[in-house]
Structures are given as structure tokens and as C-alpha cells.
Ligand binder design. Structure first.
Ligand SMILES: Nc1nc2c(ncn2[C@@H]2O[C@H](COP(=O)(O)OP(=O)(O)OP(=O)(O)O)[C@@H](O)[C@H]2O)c(=O)[nH]1
Ligand SMILES: [Mg+2]
Length: 200
């Protein structure tokens, strides 16, 4: 969302995916720099705002995390309404979290606009993988961005949120024809969404 002056911007970024994959931990690491070994499952959804500076603009990131320990069919797609970006998280040491990626993405796609950015995140990169999969291939053709992160070590965490933010800014700038007003961070991997998928 952008105000008329274009000075103050607010973006809605939603983290979703299987339970215990580290969605809340990623947000906590990014907002507070903290990591908690203890697991406290999110109930329903959680929300925190982080204000960051991009050039001369203050940008409020509205960071939502959704409960993952649930039957996806019971999750209302309205949770994803007005999302500027949807970040689907899996854990590299948890096969189950990979198998439900499509379901979470499709749930979000039921309601988001075509401009919404989709990012795939392979979290817990400090742990041993369950399978020798090419994790990058997991992104298939459905995601605009792909990241490998560890909420424990902090690897890739700032890059995740900053690159997603910059991609939102870039899309808005291209829509309005205005310059974003600062140098955009370049995504390391960028994919186009198409109708073909990937299989786990
Ligand atoms: N080793 C390691 N552990 C992690 C990482 N991220 C999260 N964890 C741990 O994994 C557990 C689950 O983390 P959460 O952030 O609560 O996971 P969640 O996806 O928010 O879970 P739900 O709220 O149930 O959907 C916690 O015990 C965290 O300490 C990581 O990158 N590496
Ligand atoms: Mg959580």
C-alpha cells in the first residue's frame, strides 16, 4: 500500500508453510536479531511491524506468520488477502514440509493479485538435509525468488526480507513509472511463474 505522497509505504508480507519449519524464528531473527531454541507454535496468526529505511522512504513491513500445524484445507485463503508478498517456508531436514508446498502456494493463489510476489525459502540450512535434492529446483517455475536461510545462524535472513521488499518496490515503481528512489537489491535467483510445476 502506498500513500498519495509516496513518502510512507507499508507492505504486507505473509510467511506460510508447514509447522515447525521456522517461520516465526525467521521473523524474530530479522526483527530482533534473536533466536529461540524452544518451540512455541503459532496459534492462528501472528503479526509484527518492522520499519526500515529504503533511500529517503520509511517502509513499514507488516510481517504476518501463519500457523503451520494444521490441516491446510481448514486455513481460510482470506489470510492472504492484500498480500504484497507470500513467503512459503520449508525446512531442509523435514520431507513433509516439502510435500505440502504446493498446497500452501495454491491456497494463497486463490485470493492474491497477480502482482503478489512469491518467494520460496529453504530454512534450517544449518541442519543436515533429509534428501539429496537440488533445493533450488524445488522452486520450479512457480516462485519469483528462492532463498536458503538459517534462523539459527542468521544466514540469508536479512537478504530474504530485503530482497522481497525491493522486489515489491520495483513492481510498484514499474506500475507507476516512478523511480524507486534508491538502488534496489538484486535477487540472486529470480524465476517466472508459469503453469508448469515441479514434483518433490
Ligand atoms: N536448527 C535450526 N532450528 C530452527 C531454525 N529455525 C527454527 N528452528 C527451530 O525450529 C522450531 C520451530 O520454529 P518456529 O519458528 O516456531 O516454526 P514455525 O514454522 O513458526 O512453526 P508453527 O508456528 O507451528 O507454524 C523451534 O524449536 C526453532 O528453534 C533454523 O534455521 N535452524
Ligand atoms: Mg510460528
Amino acid at each position: 500500500m502506498v500513500d498519495q505522497q509516496g513518502e510512507q509505504e507499508s507492505y504486507k508480507i505473509i510467511l506460510a508453510g508447514f509447522g515447525y519449519t521456522g517461520k516465526t524464528s525467521l521473523v524474530r531473527k530479522y526483527t530482533d536479531g534473536l533466536f529461540n531454541e524452544a518451540y512455541v507454535a503459532t496459534l492462528g496468526s501472528d503479526f509484527i511491524v518492522k520499519r526500515i529505511q529504503r533511500g529517503k522512504k520509511a517502509v513499514d513491513l507488516n510481517l504476518w506468520t501463519l500457523q503451520g500445524q494444521c490441516d491446510i484445507t481448514t486455513v481460510p485463503s482470506v489470510n492472504f488477502r492484500f498480500a504484497d508478498a507470500v513467503v512459503i517456508v520449508f525446512a531442509i531436514n523435514d520431507d513433509k514440509s516439502m510435500l505440502v508446498l504446493d498446497q500452501w502456494r495454491q491456497k494463497a493463489e486463490e485470493i492474491v493479485s497477480t502482482d503478489t510476489i512469491f518467494a520460496l525459502v529453504a530454512n534450517k540450512c544449518d541442519m543436515k538435509r533429509m534428501q539429496e535434492k537440488n533445493l533450488e529446483d524445488m522452486a520450479g517455475n512457480f516462485y519469483d525468488l528462492y532463498f536458503q536461510t538459517s534462523a539459527r545462524t542468521g544466514e540469508g535472513v536479512d537478504s530474504l526480507f530485503e530482497t522481497v521488499t525491493d522486489m515489491i518496490v520495483a513492481k510498484q515503481a514499474s506500475r507507476t513509472g516512478k523511480s524507486p528512489g534508491f538502488k534496489l537489491r538484486q535477487p540472486s535467483i529470480r524465476r517466472r511463474k508459469t503453469s508448469t510445476g515441479f514434483s518433490c
